[in-house]
Ligand binder design. Structure first.
Ligand code: MN
Length: 268
């Protein structure tokens, strides 16, 4: 193996001054209290971005675990898939979104764990900030790790996650049933795959179910309401699938009355 240091020392060490981009240690905030959320905090300026600051929540054991999928038009469109585990949301960025077709494996890049409060975030991250762009809560619900004998607990999640073979069930409004995340040999790279069950389909849910699970809005509507820049608004709108022609103010649907609905009706 070549010794890199010898190259530097023989080619005139005086010209090669040590560069220090980082501020003195005294000015760095102590992030150790945030544990698994330190990376999340380090990447964000909470005076600028509307995203929530990190807080590890302790919830009593036995409560249903939350999952959320956030459609995010940052540098590139992707779907952030998050599973609650021990006070944080384990996170993966899925460029094409989840597929309910067992024959389709979707690339899922593991990203830094997010705070539970992030599950409620729908809006716009300012330009120039980490992940700048529009965020939609595309789906949400509850999840549990799965074993051969039924549902598992947090220890089971920990075991399967470390093994790189995390089996689970989802109960969301768009995605449901049995799934698996499998770690590939590459750094932070996983695959999300649907298991065969009654929730299997060939639908492209990103096209057939494009609206926010909490507000019923399009990406363009979210961007506009949150004061996106013209560029961000255009990028957000480009990710909305073409809608069938409809009047600007759609009439109230009377056929949906009496049906249970998880999402609030659109303001008139
Ligand atoms: Mn993202």
């Amino acid at each position: 193996m070549p010794d890199r240091r010898s190259r530097g020392s023989t080619s005139g060490g005086a010209a090669r001054t040590r560069r220090s981009k980082t501020p003195p240690p005294a000015e760095l905030p102590d992030l150790s209290q945030y544990g698994r959320l330190a990376e999340y905090n380090r990447k964000r300026h909470f005076g600028v971005t509307p995203e929530p600051a990190a807080k590890i929540r302790t919830r009593e054991a036995g409560h249903p675990l939350q999952f959320v999928i956030q459609k995010h038009r940052a540098g590139h469109l992707h779907y952030d898939f998050r599973l609650e585990h021990r006070g944080v949301m384990l996170s993966w960025a899925i460029p094409k979104g989840p597929s309910p077709d067992p024959a389709v494996k979707r690339l899922a890049m593991e990203t830094e764990p997010h705070p539970l409060d992030y599950n409620q975030f729908e809006g716009v991250i300012p330009e120039g900030e980490y992940g700048g762009g529009t965020v939609m809560i595309w789906d949400k619900g509850v999840w549990a790790p799965a074993t051969q004998h039924g549902l598992g607990d947090e220890d089971e999640t920990e075991r399967q996650y470390r093994k790189g073979d995390l089996k689970f069930v989802l109960l969301g409004e768009k995605v449901a049933g049995s799934w698996v995340l499998v770690r590939t040999g590459r750094e932070r790279q996983w695959l999300l795959i649907k298991h065969r069950d009654e929730y299997t389909s060939n639908d492209d849910l990103t096209v057939t179910r494009p609206l926010s699970a909490v507000s019923g809005r399009t990406m363009a509507e979210i961007a506009r309401a949150a004061g996106a820049t013209p560029r961000q608004l255009q990028q957000a709108a480009a990710t909305d699938p073409a809608m069938p022609a409809a009047p600007v103010e759609p009439p109230r649907k009377t056929s949906a009355r009496g049906r249970p609905s998880h999402r609030p009706s659109r303001p008139a």
